[in-house]
Design a protein around this ligand. Structure first.
Ligand code: COA
Ligand code: AMP
Length: 629
């Protein structure tokens, strides 16, 4: 069947489409139907089915006789380690960890925070939670203690599983002090913490609270998989929104399984047994969907890569891993390719490796610029597929479905909507716009299985953030257009979220940190275009009257403050001091206009601007730090 036939087939009979996709999942009790719309506009899928995620990701492959197949390849150039873990070994390890968690009182529905680097134990921790029905919330290692504390208070975990350290090129990330600091700041205290001690750093355990990863599993009975309702949460993953408080995206159990399993063949074109590699981090949604759950549920071999595209040890690392482990489909962020291209523009490293195993490359997480795609196509000689999705959806909204039909690639477009997503472009009033017109990108409700049914403990915020602006539609927060052939183009965010090196960050969160500096009266953070990272944050500070200290000192302090409060991942390195900020007459800071000035783009003078002269001052300030040319 062609893509058009599959998509039309879904449109005509969504219920039949998803019930058929659900056949590929092993249920404890099959669902009687797919969509549950009694609480519209809140929708749920497969609610009356019963299922276990870990069983589908691990046990069923062992029971089917594939226990010897490699489930995880751990490849860590930063620690010079490689390890293969078979499905049978994974089952034993996960059942043991799950049993130990249960023995310490973790039960179905309890939350468990996982704060770990890219080691197989992180993935095992996720699966162990899934096995006993605990709801995990993985926190990215690049976040600081206070960000971890916010998540602890929001999801109130019974336990936290952490590693003693992570390894960034040139430095050890001391997880344990960050964890201890976070627990101290947080109002909620977990019952216990499980610490995975790494060779590179052995952390000091807190008496009565911390247990050692190995020791606490000693002598416990392994846990079996428990049955969960289809709409029970599989996990909560926090993502950046407009304000400083992150949004806890809820992932439902059954829809997640059905959608990810469907995507592995139809989008990523892999069959069970094939090696699939997503070079991301388990702390992001890509890591959840396409390092952990998607490949394992589908019976693939997944790669856990602890390294960077460059510098670990060189710009050939990606090609080494692909060639050595026979990767068929490879997924990364455009920024990673830009980093490789910068160091090895002519692809000298590419030539050193046999990449004949590689069939397709997938890019997501940020806009894929045509130069990067062309470079990758030229070097790798395989299709390079841009696809678009979000933490909220958990799997691609738009893609080139290589397992159904390889559609012509149009540079700058993540191709076409996937079944389940009726994507439309609307104006501010919610009216549909014609092909080629720029507007807000929305998806007609219901969203498909696997997407967020709500936010953790925040249904009203869910409605306000995603459903209220355009009744009957999900607001993606992205702006763009659809061309005559139905191809989507993602142009910009409609909110104050920026994308730095494929990482989604809230300028609002950074502004909260800057505003807390005693010398700062007012501030704004914008994302400016960056050749490597796509965007970089830049802060504008208006100082409190009477402050008369060297500006360089204040700038250095706020940079340090953001690193301490949000974390190194914010990559906040630059701020400027200005007298005033440009605002509308109602007081709204004109961040988008400031960003256009920084990038040297044309902009329309906002009709409601209070004092246009301020824009010249902003331009001068930006020129002082090398922007607005
Ligand atoms: N734990 C602790 N710190 C981390 C971290 C982690 N897991 N990940 C990143 N950091 C730190 C980095 O060490 C860096 O710290 P520094 O300021 O001391 O140098 C900071 O956070 C910013 O990191 P990053 O934005 O990633 O920049 P970088 O210069 O270290 O690396 C790239 C640049 C392009 C190589 C890197 O961003 C990259 O690999 N990007 C791909 C992103 C990706 O795959 N995203 C997944 C979304 S699909
Ligand atoms: P995250 O939730 O971290 O996955 O970030 C999702 C956001 O990243 C989207 O809403 C977009 O703004 C951006 N994004 C992701 N993929 C793409 C893409 N292929 N093209 C353009 N922007 C993208």
């Amino acid at each position: 069947m062609s893509y058009a036939e599959v998509y039309e087939g879904w449109k005509k009979d969504p219920e039949g489409f998803w019930m058929q996709a659900a056949e590929a999942i092993d249920w404890v009790k099959k669902p009687s139907k797919a969509l549950f719309d009694e609480n519209a506009p809140l929708y749920e899928w497969f609610c009356d089915g019963e299922v276990n995620t870990c069983y589908n990701a691990v046990d069923r492959h062992v029971e089917a006789g594939n226990g010897a197949r490699t489930a995880i390849i751990y490849d860590s150039p930063v620690t010079h380690t490689k390890q293969d873990i078979s499905y049978a070994e994974l089952q034993t390890r996960v059942a043991s960890l799950a049993g130990a968690l249960r023995a310490k009182g973790v039960e179905k529905g309890d939350r468990v925070i996982i704060y770990m680097p890219m080691v197989p134990e992180a993935l095992e921790a996720m699966l162990a939670c899934a096995r006993i029905g605990a709801v995990h919330s993985v926190v990215f290692g690049g976040f600081a203690a206070s960000e971890l504390a916010v998540r602890i208070d929001d999801c109130t975990p019974k336990a936290i599983i952490a590693a003693s350290c992570g390894i960034e090129p040139g430095r050890v990330v001391h997880y344990k002090p960050l964890l201890d600091g976070a627990i101290e700041i947080a109002e909620h205290k977990p019952d216990f913490c499980v610490i995975f001690q790494r060779e590179q750093e052995v952390a000091k355990l807190v008496d009565g609270r911390d247990v050692d990863w190995n020791a606490f599993q000693y002598g416990v009975e392994p846990a079996e998989c428990v049955a969960l309702k289809g709409n029970d949460p599989a996990y909560v993953l926090y993502t950046s929104g407009t304000t400083g408080a992150p949004k806890g995206v809820l992932r439902p159990t059954a829809g997640h399984l059905v959608a990810l399993n469907w995507s592995m063949k139809n989008i990523y074109n892999v069959d069970p047994g094939d090696v699939f590699w997503a070079a991301s981090d388990v702390g992001w949604v890509v890591g959840h969907s396409y390092i952990t759950y998607g490949p394992l549920v589908h019976g693939n071999t997944t790669i856990m890569f602890e390294g960077k595209p460059v510098g670990t040890p060189d710009a050939g690392t990606f090609w080494r891993v692909i060639s050595e482990h026979k990767v068929k489909s490879f997924f990364t962020a455009p920024t990673a390719f830009r980093a490789v291209k910068r160091e090895d523009p002519k692809g000298e490293f590419v030539k050193k490796y046999d990449l004949s195993c590689l069939e397709t490359v997938y890019l997501a997480g940020e806009r894929a610029d045509p130069d990067t795609i062309i470079w990758a196509q030229d070097q790798l000689k395989v299709p390079v597929i841009d696809h678009w999705w979000q933490t909220e959806t958990g799997w691609p909204i738009a893609a080139n479905p290589m397992g159904i039909e390889a559609l012509p690639v149009k540079l700058g477009s993540p191709a076409v909507p996937m079944p389940g997503y009726d994507v439309q472009i609307v104006d501010d009033a919610g009216q549909p716009l014609p092909a080629g017109a720029l507007g807000a990108i929305v998806v007609k409700l219901p969203l498909p299985p696997g997407t967020l049914p709500s936010l953790w403990n925040a249904e009203e915020r869910f409605k306000k953030s995603y459903l209220d602006t355009f009744p009957g539609y999900y607001e993606t927060g992205d702006a763009g257009m659809i061309d005559e052939d139905g191809y989507l183009y993602i142009m910009a965010r409609t909110d104050d979220v920026i994308n730095v090196a494929g990482h989604r960050l809230s300028t609002g969160a950074m502004e909260e940190v800057l505003a807390a500096h005693p010398d700062v009266a007012e501030c704004a953070v914008i994302g400016v275009a960056d050749d490597l990272k796509g965007q970089m944050p830049v802060g504008f500070l208006c100082l409190t009257n009477g402050v008369n200290r060297p500006h360089a000192e204040i700038n250095a302090e706020v940079v340090k403050l953001v690193r301490e409060k949000i974390g190194p991942v914010a990559a906040f390195k630059l701020s400027v001091i200005v007298d005033r900020l440009p605002k509308t007459r109602s007081g709204k800071i004109l961040r988008a206009t400031m960003a256009s000035i920084a990038d040297g783009k044309e902009y329309k003078m906002p009709a409601t601007i209070d004092d246009p002269a301020i824009l010249d001052e902003i331009k001068t300030a930006l020129q002082g730090i090398g922007y607005a040319k």
